[in-house]
Design a protein around this ligand. Structure first.
Ligand code: DON
Length: 327
């Protein structure tokens, strides 16, 4: 990993200092284990598409990835089955509803998109493997490629998820009723609880984002995590549906394909340029990290990172990569 002494780290320090005093938000407690997080944890990491790392704060603190796993598992489903089959099972329309809404498309019985729980459970159901252990192994191996290291499940969170996951089971069985998932739905729910309980840090999230920014190849290890042709589908789903029922305003104001999770993480992707990973556990009313949203908004506005920015003449994040003594 390259050491990077550059103005970008100073900017991250400044953003970190500005928002670390914000004490708004509430730590998720609907899964009892999540309530144990420290509300002061705050890490910001940026990894460039060529593997330079810039980070501040609690960027090595582990937490569970939760819903941020969803677009990545969707990528595995696309690789396993191809676009048309996956689209026949899971739609790509935003719902404007809460992530755990028990709602399917009336005409097709499909879940609306892979970022709400119904769609994520249907996505987990598509992960191939002859039995449950093989499916978990494939899932973890995929995440290992994105992170560039072995990945682990937080067993306490996993147990907590499955003990309190009645609503997710209801969603799974509703989809079984409509023939949208297979008979092994109980295994697929376990797989979904496992993927949500995987441990990452903001550092990992930024590398995962940088992997997507780099066409699917982890820029630090050089290992491919997803076929290049599928990356754009993950990013478009993240832009339209990645931030719960704040997704529309997020696309409008921030314009960065992103996904958040109830553990307090956010991953963002600037295609061809950067991955952003942020972690701060207190969540706003929509379920997004309060400090994470503020930091992303600041980065987007200050450096013209909105996907539909055109004719931007201000300072670019990439201008800040050069070490200070040479800039
Ligand atoms: O399904 C659940 O309850 C959680 N484990 C989902 C996690 C999450 O971040 C919410 N998602 N959109």
């Amino acid at each position: 990993m390259k050491a990077a002494a550059a103005p970008l780290r100073e900017v991250l320090r400044e953003i970190h200092a500005r928002f670390s005093g914000n004490s708004d938000g509430k730590i998720a407690d609907y899964i009892p284990e999540l309530a144990k997080a420290n509300r002061n944890w705050f890490g910001i990491s940026i990894v460039t598409a060529d593997g330079q790392v810039f980070e501040v704060g609690d960027c090595k603190q582990n937490f569970t990835i939760q819903s941020i796993s969803k677009p990545f598992v969707y990528g595995l489903a696309l690789e396993d089955h191809g676009l048309e089959h996956v689209l026949s099972k899971i739609g790509v329309e935003p719902t404007g509803e809460a992530f755990n809404a028990i709602v399917l498309d009336e005409a097709s019985n499909r879940p609306f998109n892979p970022m709400v729980n119904a769609g994520a459970i249907a996505t987990a159901d598509l992960v191939k493997g002859k039995d449950f252990p093989e499916r978990v192994t494939r899932l973890l191996s995929m995440f290992s490629k994105y992170c560039g290291r072995d990945v682990y499940i937080d067993n306490s969170v996993f147990m907590s998820e499955r003990m309190t996951g009645h609503r997710n089971r209801a969603i799974g069985h509703l989809m079984l009723n409509f023939g949208m998932v297979g008979e092994r739905i109980e295994d697929s729910l376990e797989l979904y609880f496992q993927q949500c309980s995987m441990l990452v840090s903001s550092h990992d999230l930024a590398i995962m984002g940088a992997t997507l920014a780099n066409g699917g190849v982890n820029p630090i290890t050089g290992q491919r995590a997803i076929e290049q042709r599928y990356v754009k589908y993950l990013l478009s789903i993240m832009l339209s549906c990645g931030m719960y029922d704040y997704a529309g305003e997020w696309a409008y104001r921030v314009g960065i394909p992103s996904k958040s999770g109830v553990g307090g993480g956010i991953v963002g992707v600037i295609p061809g340029q950067f991955g952003i990973g942020i972690f701060s556990p207190p969540l706003d009313a929509k379920g997004n990290s309060v400090r994470g949203v503020l930091a992303c908004r600041e980065l987007s506005e200050r450096f013209g990172l909105h996907a539909f920015e055109s004719g931007y003449t201000g300072q670019r994040l990439s201008d800040l990569l050069t070490p200070a003594r040479r800039s």
